[in-house]
Design a protein around this ligand. Structure first.
Ligand code: E4P
Length: 217
């Protein structure tokens, strides 16, 4: 399973990258705003800075909601760096833009996906990634992981190559469950990724090994 970090925070991206397990980054306008990055020029420069830190795919979201605007913005973003994946909202014009970029060989990430039907349309439009938001579904008492399973089944039935990018991951169990179900990618916060490291028996065991080593020296 690929690991993406879901943040625009460069320090956190660097920390995850230093672990050696990072495959990419996803951002969105809210994550950019959270880091105080506003204005088209600053946002573009920030995408370039993220691409300099990581080697994998970096999702950059368009703001336009009409086809022509999405194509204009998406082409400008894709021209920044070959790592850029154009992130498009799951609306009719987003699907049209997805097909347009797929035909041109530009990578896409269909975002704000909350149903199997939306994921099927994204795959048919040739999306590179489809992003079901599992945490936000859980927030409204709907089974986010169940949606990942449904999409897995549908994509496998027809051999769609669109990768299932489990998004809105909130904690370590989301990551583990996504791996069991067969999500191709997960994107989550650094806290969820680092949480996978922790086990009290590891800490106890290591302390004992070090103490026993000292006894013999
Ligand atoms: C996905 O690409 C989104 O950036 C993200 O995962 C949304 O997560 P949230 O529901 O925690 O805001």
């Amino acid at each position: 399973m690929k690991f993406f970090i879901d943040t625009a925070n460069l320090d956190q991206i660097k920390e995850a990258q230093a672990l050696g397990i990072l495959d990419g980054v996803t951002t969105n306008p809210s994550l950019m705003a959270k880091e105080g990055i506003t204005g088209a020029e600053n946002i573009v420069n920030h995408y370039k800075a993220i691409c300099d830190v990581v080697e994998g795919d970096v999702s950059a979201e368009v703001i336009a909601t009409d086809f022509e605007g999405m194509v204009r913005e998406g082409e400008a973003l894709a021209a920044l760096n070959p790592q850029i994946v154009v992130k498009l909202p799951m609306i009719a014009d987003g699907v049209k833009a997805c097909k347009y970029f797929a035909d041109k060989g530009i990578k896409t990430n269909m975002t704000l996906v909350f149903s199997a039907g939306q994921a099927l349309l994204a795959a048919k439009a040739g999306a590179t990634y489809v992003s079901p938001f599992i945490g936000r579904l859980d927030d409204v008492s709907t089974d986010g992981l169940g949606l990942i399973s449904e999409i897995r089944l549908i994509f496998d039935n027809y051999g769609y190559t669109t990768e299932i990018l489990a998004a809105s991951v909130r904690h370590t169990m989301h990551i583990i469950d996504c791996a069991k179900i067969g999500a191709d990618v997960m994107t989550g916060p650094l806290s969820a990724i680092s949480g996978l490291l922790k086990h009290p028996l590891t800490d106890i065991g290591l302390a004992k090994f070090l103490a026993d080593f000292k006894k013999g020296n």
